[in-house]
Design a protein around this ligand. Structure first.
Ligand code: BEZ
Length: 211
């Protein structure tokens, strides 16, 4: 069954480079970026895991853990890890799931047969501290992900969880935000500063944290 935004991320128990974990227990109290890659010892994946490792302090600031998955073995993950550190300058600092039996990959629909073989595509799930799926992205094997964009989306998700607002195209923290449809401009003026009505349906305001 397809997973949708707002669904509870399915729990699983699995072997990782940091030992066996039960997913919900492992992530307890934190947001999580859970992402799959096609295979160990492949070039794009090496750059992706290195970039994620380099950005880990930024994810930590946002109370967010990282965890990767492929259908390779623990032995392969452990043998590959030094290459990630060597190529990116940051040692691998989060677990990689060894999903050799593909149970988790199927649970999260990470295998897309049209993409060449039965390994995982580049799926990303952002899951909140209540285990709800808040974002899902799917990239083909040939296209590496932009982890700065994943951080940017996380910032938007966390801001819009705390306040009734939306973020516009290309928003980054500190930019003005959007008054959501359903909130009157008068109500927005009570909640936010510098509300500006460009169209009756397009209203900007200062982000609460930037006041
Ligand atoms: C890579 O990570 O470089 C890769 C993996 C599978 C297909 C294409 C590229």
């Amino acid at each position: 069954m397809a997973l949708h935004l707002g669904d509870i991320a399915p729990n699983f128990t699995v072997d990782t480079t940091d030992g066996e974990i039960s997913f919900h227990d492992w992530k307890a109290g934190k947001w999580t970026v859970f992402f799959s890659h096609p295979a160990d010892f492949t070039p794009v994946c090496t750059t992706e895991l290195g970039r994620a490792a380099a950005l880990r302090p930024e994810f930590e600031k946002r109370n967010t853990s990282l965890i990767a998955l492929s259908v390779d073995s623990i032995e392969d993950h452990r043998a590959w890890a030094p290459d990630i550190g060597e190529m990116s300058g940051t040692a691998l600092n989060f677990p990689i799931i060894a999903d050799q039996d593909k149970v988790v990959s199927h649970l999260y629909d990470m295998i897309h047969p049209g993409e060449g073989d039965t390994s995982t595509v580049r799926s990303v799930f952002i899951i909140d501290e209540d285990n709800k799926i808040r974002l899902s992205l799917t990239y083909p094997k040939s296209t590496g992900r932009n982890f700065d964009e994943i951080l940017r989306v996380l910032d938007s998700l966390q801001l819009t969880s705390m306040h009734t607002l939306a973020t516009p195209a290309d928003w980054t923290p500190g930019d003005r935000v959007i008054v959501p449809p359903g909130m009157t401009t008068d109500d927005a003026k009570v909640r936010f500063s510098n509300v500006e009505e460009l169209k009756p349906y397009l209203r900007y305001a200062d982000a609460p944290d930037s006041e």
